[in-house]
Design a protein around this ligand. Structure first.
Ligand code: SAM
Ligand code: SF4
Length: 355
């Protein structure tokens, strides 16, 4: 049985705290017998950057009233934990631009070592310098920081904001706070393509792992997706001209395959939705900041958890909604990257579901 820990101090009189489930709840197992133990919870769709592969320059954000309160986000997490989720990644948009977000980390962090094994986040790092210590205090031990280039001008062009110094400062602050850093870089044809070896060498020199990601056709952006797409098989071939890469058995339960880089002594992850499908091992569900559950990042299936949470019987309705999500979780994503001028595979941007 789980014991809900209310946020302290409760800031809203209408705080919903799901009651303790009377009976143990069934684990989350989908119709392909995949056990779900990992929740990616987006806390905002807003962001202080405008990465050109993620969103258009003039992005329309959701009205704040549509976004779940911190208390609702906590209760939602509790509902997942009751069904066997042991790892939660807070994401966005940029999670650290949400006001008082540390309160959510602190409240969830109290469950670590009890019914939660890991609490982590994905961030662009711009606000990390001021939050790293509080995150460490809340129990965050690892963080994924997105960094696609170390070239300040290129960073400004790519993210449409001149914020590289803050990100570098944020990375250093996380390390100083004792949080293990993994850098994520989206491989972009003709943009950071030639810089990737230097980015990897720098990260490994700082003691950080790096994961490269193939760009995915999510949401309309101003650029042609096919022009951005750089298959990681090509990147690997280039890296092998410089370094000795050995396939590693290391696994984090995520979609990345890892290689060890002999010369740097570091580890490199490769996330390859296009060149190597990884869906058979999928263990996760994603929820947007408005409480929409997407069982697959690459699918249109959706279940509305906000209605369940705001209903008369949130506990039972949340259980039913999660069962529905398990029923409709597809076997694999249907991203394709082969047609110029094609509409995005899905209309929603990555900033809705987070990464
Ligand atoms: N703002 C935070 C950040 O950038 O780390 C968290 C949210 S962001 C949407 C999560 C990750 O998704 C980032 O690593 C980002 O590079 C990646 N991403 C965004 N759009 C993408 C796309 N179309 N294809 C592949 N990765 C994408
Ligand atoms: Fe913001 Fe992250 Fe999207 Fe970049 S990738 S625009 S930092 S949400």
């Amino acid at each position: 049985m789980t014991t809900p820990v209310p946020l302290t101090p409760p800031r809203k009189p209408d705080l919903i705290v799901l009651r303790d489930p009377a009976e143990a709840q069934p684990p989350l197992v989908d119709s392909f017998q995949r056990r779900i133990t990992y929740l990616r919870l987006s806390v905002t769709d807003r962001c202080d950057l405008r990465c050109s592969y993620c969103m258009p320059e003039r992005m329309t954000f959701l009205p704040k009233r549509e976004v779940l309160t911190l208390e609702e986000l906590y209760d939602l997490a509790t509902g997942f934990i009751a069904r066997g989720v042991t790892k939660i990644r807070i994401t966005g948009g940029e999670p650290l631009v949400r006001r008082d977000i540390i309160d959510l980390f602190t409240a969830l962090g109290r469950r670590l070592g009890h019914d939660l094994a890991e609490l982590t986040l994905t961030t662009n790092g711009t606000q990390l310098a001021s939050h790293a210590e509080a995150l460490a205090k809340a129990g965050v031990r690892r963080v994924n920081i997105s960094l696609d280039t170390l070239d300040r001008a290129k960073f400004a062009e790519l993210t449409r904001r001149d914020a590289l110094p803050q990100v570098i400062e944020g990375i250093a602050a996380a390390k100083a706070a004792g949080i293990r850093v993994k850098l994520n870089a989206v491989a972009l044809k003709g943009v950071n393509e030639h810089e990737l070896p230097d980015l990897i060498a720098w990260a490994h020199g700082q003691g950080h792992d790096v994961t490269l990601i193939e760009v995915m056709p999510l949401g309309d952006v101003e650029e042609e997706r096919l022009d951005q797409y750089l298959p990681l098989d090509d990147v690997r071939r280039v890296l092998e001209q410089r370094w000795t890469l050995t396939d590693s058995h290391y696994a984090t339960g995520g979609p990345a395959r890892y290689v060890d880089v002999a010369e740097t002594g570091g580890r490199l992850g490769l996330i390859t939705p296009h060149t190597n499908n990884f869906c058979a091992g999928c263990n996760r569900l994603r929820v947007t900041a408005t409480g929409q559950l997407y069982p697959c990042l690459g699918g249109g299936e959706r279940v509305d958890l906000r209605s369940a949470l705001r209903s008369d019987n949130p506990e039972a309705n949340l259980v039913a909604a999660l069962d529905e999500a398990l029923r409709i979780k597809p076997e694999k994503h249907h991203f394709r990257m082969d047609a110029r001028g094609a509409d995005p595979a899905l209309a929603r941007h990555m900033s809705m579901t987070g990464g």
